[in-house]
Design a protein around this ligand. Sequence first.
Ligand SMILES: [Zn+2]
Length: 220
Amino acid sequence: MKLAEELYVYPWTHTQANNCNAYLAGGAASMLIDPGHARLFQHVEMGLSRDQIKAMPRLVLLTHCHPDHLEAAIPLQRAGLKVAIHATEAAYLEGEGRQLAASLGLSMPEITFDIFLDEGELTLDGESFQVIHTPGHSPGHICLYWPRHKALIAGDLVFAQGVGRVDFPGGNAEQLKQSIMKVAALDLEWVLPGHGPVIKGSASIKKNFEFIQKMYFNQM
Ligand SMILES: [Zn+2]
């Protein structure tokens, strides 16, 4: 579903299965963010075809390594896409991340990454993004800011009226709070979370951060 010029969302609306919202930065960037579970990726493919996106993106960018965001990156990589993740998150996946999956009775996906991200500017064919390291939900979690749209692809840092869980191994409530404060200071017209509805417009976004501060920060 098109949100703005070259910016698309594939929201997860089923209630019986867990998957994340996937986002596409089209055009020159040609980047898919958080493709979701491999077995549910068909839903993204259908969305791409509805939006008449003819060429598959070239890059998969992961906000973090949890399987409901990462898993479909594996078949996509086999199909020739490059996969990018924060270096800290790649290391976490090999350690605590694997324990987390085992404790949930899941096997953590086996993947080797092509590109290791760090905080700062990411330029793809002239299109400029900011990678923002936002630990808390997981140690190498990132958000992606697209200045052209004042859009924050937020992963599991912040949702409409909610925040990411910190009770997983590698989670840290104080870091989550700091990370939320960091992104709340950006000039934002879109907050595009990994789960739940998209938040549009600076006034709604400001209200959402105020709500989160009031409801969650005292308990963190
Ligand atoms: Zn997660």
